[in-house]
Ligand binder design. Structure first.
Ligand SMILES: Cc1cc2nc3c(=O)[nH]c(=O)nc-3n(C[C@H](O)[C@H](O)[C@H](O)COP(=O)(O)OP(=O)(O)OC[C@H]3O[C@@H](n4cnc5c(N)ncnc54)[C@H](O)[C@@H]3O)c2cc1C
Ligand code: FES
Length: 342
């Protein structure tokens, strides 16, 4: 008897949909479940983007015709108005029919700082740095091109994607991430469970917290594993012998969580004009730095902020507290570059 149900051994066909750009007439195919932004890139069409995971809104386009699914329902960049106006984030949306979209621009070349590519990566080394904090080293099949301060989106398991910032510098086929395990957190738990030798997919680079040229002093702030991209920036400044004054502020709960502190001390000591300030919420008796939050360590230096370029990374409460302080100090928004880890 004929049946429309495929036999168990028969592979289920992946549905593909054709996406057309209204402005240029360019078209490309997207497998259902795949992201529009990534599929366009693989077809050689570069659409606007920056964060790659649904927070910045740079990739928003208007759906002129067709149906879509948002793959990350809590994407911070999507609001009710966007839904009413059929504005979607291409980095987290898949088509469920053929589609016509209207981006603000499209190009056949990537922007200089965002030559994003897919990489197959093998986990080759894991090192304990502190309590529930590890350094993960992945070997890629070819060189990864990125700027210090940027991050990758890792498929830590099928359908489970998380962002992790590179702590090492570009120029090799190895990428390193410093990550914390959050109990019950599906992404970090899965990353910590990956066996050495296993393979995953990742896309990189993403993000806008890369080092700008200039002559203003630099203030770098890290909370917890926010040290991963901030360490990359410090390593970069040190490698190029950047002459700008550099002030690094790094906060954690305990001294054991202030990972890579010794390396930071030695890099900052070798700079033309570098300083490193630590802040601990629960210090032991030997601690000589600030007791409190990173913002407490920053208080004596508030007068310097308005004249500096500022880079900060870490958990959202820390990033929000520092940004509020910067607003109070009337620091121009275009001098503040940040990654909020959530
Ligand atoms: C730009 C950026 C850089 C980061 N760099 C680091 C780092 O270097 N080291 C580190 O330890 N952590 C980093 N993080 C945090 C990391 O990505 C995870 O949020 C963290 O490991 C907790 O994930 P979880 O699943 O364990 O916990 P959960 O609390 O379940 O994670 C929730 C968070 O996961 C993210 N998320 C949820 N769904 C999706 C999705 N579909 N696609 C993308 N993201 C999603 C959101 O940020 C959300 O707030 C970074 C986050 C961002 C945004
Ligand atoms: S929201 Fe899509 S690139 Fe930032």
């Amino acid at each position: 008897m004929p049946s429309s149900t495929p036999a168990a051994s028969e592979p289920t066909a992946v549905r593909t949909h054709r996406v057309t750009l209204e402005n240029t007439g360019d078209t490309f195919e997207v497998c259902e479940g795949d992201r529009i932004l990534a599929a366009a890139r693989r077809a050689g069409i570069w659409l606007p983007f920056e964060c790659g995971w649904g927070s910045c809104g740079t990739c928003k386009v208007t759906v002129v015709d067709g149906e879509v699914d948002l793959l990350f329902a809590e994407a911070p960049a999507v609001n009710a108005r966007d839904v009413r106006r059929r504005r979607i984030v291409t980095c987290q949306t898949t088509p469920t029919s053929d589609l016509v979209i209207k981006p603000s621009w499209a190009s056949d070349q990537p922007r200089d700082e965002l030559p994003t590519a897919d990489h197959r990566a093998q986990l080759v080394d894991v090192k304990e740095l502190g309590p529930e904090i590890r350094r993960f080293r992945f070997q890629l099949e070819r060189e990864a091109v990125y700027q210090a301060g940027q991050y990758a989106v890792l498929d830590v398991a099928p359908g489970l994607r998380r962002c992790y910032s590179m702590s090492n510098l570009s120029g090799s086929s190895v990428v390193e991430f410093i990550a914390k395990r959050y109990e019950g957190g599906p992404g970090s738990e899965q990353l910590f469970k990956l066996p050495v030798g296993s393979h995953i997919q990742m896309e990189l680079p993403y993000g806008g917290m890369w080092l700008r040229d200039g002559d203003r002093p630099l203030v770098l702030l890290a909370g917890g594993t926010g040290i991963s991209p901030i360490l990359a920036l410090v390593r970069k400044l040190s490698e190029i012998g950047d002459p700008r004054p550099v002030r690094v502020f790094y906060g954690a709960t305990t001294r054991a969580e202030l990972v890579c502190w010794d390396e930071l001390q030695s890099l900052v000591a070798g700079m033309f004009d570098g300083q490193l300030h630590g802040a601990l919420l629960k210090p032991d008796n030997s601690w000589t730095g600030t007791t409190g939050f990173v913002t407490d360590a920053l208080t004596p230096y508030l007068g310097d902020l308005a004249h500096s370029d500022i880079y900060l990374a870490g958990p959202p409460p820390m990033v929000n507290a520092v940004r509020a302080l910067l607003r109070e100090q009337r620091v121009q928004v275009d001098r503040v570059h940040y990654d909020s880890f959530g």
